[in-house]
Each structure stands twice: as structure tokens, then as C-alpha cells.
Design a protein. Structure first.
Length: 97
């Protein structure tokens, strides 16, 4: 008989959701204070999408939008938030989003 692999309490409880909420709250704080997102141009955060899959992005993580104040150029960052890592997929090219 094969031994069952048990999930740790963090994974099977609400630990992952709680961690994701903390990361999302950090980006909300950045947006409200005119802060900058990591890995993107030093433009203010202007929009957040908490669940990207709903809008057709291939991630259920956070989507961060920044905008250059003068030219109004925009860029976005797709994130995948996991307890042991936070992965960023950054579009280096400035996009009209």
C-alpha cells in the first residue's frame, strides 16, 4: 500500500489565501500612496486586478498596472503568488492596456 502524502496545515488551511491577501494589500498600499511596483518602470501604480483569469489573463494572480504621468504610457506586471515564492512576469515593452 502506498503511503499518503499529507499536506502541511498551512497549505490545507487558509494560510495561502491569507498570504496572498497580504501581498495584494501591499500593492493596494503602493497604489494609494503613489508608490512604484517592483520590476517595472518607476511609474505610479494606477490599477490592480486581483484575479487576472476573469479578464482573460493566463494567471489567477494579481495584475499590476503602472502609468507614466506625462506621456500616459502604460505597462503591466502579472504575478503568481505562492507562500514560498512570488513570481513576476513583467512586460518590458510598454503596452497600451
Amino acid at each position: 500500500m502506498k503511503d499518503k502524502q499529507l499536506s502541511n496545515p498551512f497549505a490545507s488551511g487558509s494560510g495561502g489565501v491569507h498570504f496572498e491577501a497580504h501581498i495584494q494589500a501591499s500593492f493596494v498600499t503602493l497604489m494609494l500612496t503613489g508608490g512604484f511596483a517592483p520590476c517595472l518602470s518607476r511609474w505610479p501604480v494606477v490599477e490592480l486586478k486581483l484575479q487576472g483569469k476573469i479578464d482573460g489573463f493566463n494567471t489567477d494572480g494579481l495584475i499590476v498596472f503602472v502609468e507614466e504621468p506625462v506621456s500616459k504610457r502604460k505597462a503591466k506586471m502579472l504575478t503568481q503568488i505562492k507562500h514560498n515564492s512570488l513570481a513576476y512576469l513583467v512586460y518590458k515593452k510598454h503596452l497600451n492596456v
